[in-house]
Design a protein around this ligand. Structure first.
Ligand SMILES: O=C(O)CCC(=O)C(=O)O
Ligand SMILES: [Fe+2]
Length: 292
């Protein structure tokens, strides 16, 4: 059984709290290689030599305006040419943790997004308090309905440097917002006064898995180097449930033979599962409209 930094089983923790912090998901021999690959990717994105990036001023896709980069998208894209990212995404430690969290087995895993969150260079940037799949304006009924739906997947942040950017409201992932939380998410979304908020502190190499509907925000500080691997995986149990939220990121490049040929054997089945999902959703181009 895999346990978190407090020695609790990770599945129990994420179900109860909506997030869980785990040590040791980056093999020692991969750590330095990932650091170097991130440095190269960040350099390209900041120079404007990598078009897939998140830009300061905009929280959700698409990112069209600005120049200051807070995230590098599509780390497994064959044109980036950094095979270390897919090697790690397919690594035993990581895949076993994901299986444990989802209560599934490796042949059922689905290859999804893999991005990088970084410190902007020119200005600090705050993300607003949000749930990834519930718009702030959603009514209580709409919110309640979305929050009962299973995700059939999980997402995580793995820090390469000390990371203190993410704030969460523990145990907020399955209940509707309180009156005060609703007030903040709609009228004061960058508030530092959210009741019960907790700063998630990750030491280098630590990972936080979190329910993407936990109330969360992030503070991007230009002074502190951040290179945090930000990714998700799903399970085939969800059918095409995850297709639209994934494909809004524009994954057409994943349907290319170059991508298929670039993948390590550890990801062959999970890639096939992604293609099957795209087909059953009628989204074989792997593109969809933005959700927010
Ligand atoms: O920066 C973070 O750690 C969180 C990012 C986030 O919430 C998002 O991309 O939706
Ligand atoms: Fe988010």
């Amino acid at each position: 059984m895999i346990t978190d930094i407090n020695n609790n089983p990770i599945r129990d923790s994420i179900i109860k709290d909506g997030y869980v912090v785990i040590d040791g998901l980056i093999p020692t021999e991969s750590f330095q290689k990932l650091i170097e690959a991130c440095d190269r990717a960040v350099d390209r994105a900041r120079r404007g030599d990598w078009q897939y990036r998140r830009l300061v001023g905009t929280q959700f896709p698409p990112w069209k305006e600005g120049t200051d980069v807070w995230g590098v998208q599509h780390l497994m894209h064959p044109d980036l040419g950094e095979s270390e990212f897919a090697e790690w995404y397919g690594s035993d430690q990581l895949q076993n943790a994901v299986c444990d969290l989802l209560g599934t087995t490796r042949p059922e895993l689905q290859l999804e997004l893999f991005n990088l969150l970084i410190n902007p260079r020119d200005s600090d940037f705050d993300l607003t308090w949000h749930r990834d799949t519930v718009p702030a304006e959603a009514t209580e009924e709409e919110e309640a309905k979305i929050l009962t739906e299973s995700h059939y997947g999980t997402q995580w942040n793995t820090a390469l440097y000390q990371d203190e950017c993410l704030y969460v409201v523990p145990q907020s992932h399955r209940r509707v917002r309180t009156e005060r939380e609703r007030e903040i998410t709609i009228h004061d979304p960058k508030s530092h006064e959210m009741p019960n908020m907790l700063k998630v502190v990750l030491k280098p190499g630590q990972t936080v898995f979190y329910d993407n509907n936990i109330l969360h925000r992030a503070a991007y500080n230009k002074a502190n180097k951040r290179a945090t691997l930000h990714a998700c995986m799903g399970t085939i149990a969800g059918g095409d449930h995850r297709a639209k939220s994934l494909f809004q990121h524009g994954l057409g490049w994943m349907s290319s033979p170059e991508f298929k040929d670039s993948l390590p054997a550890s990801l062959t089945q999970s890639y096939k599962n992604t293609l099957d999902m795209a087909e059953s959703a009628g989204l074989t181009k792997m593109e969809a409209a933005p959700i927010h």
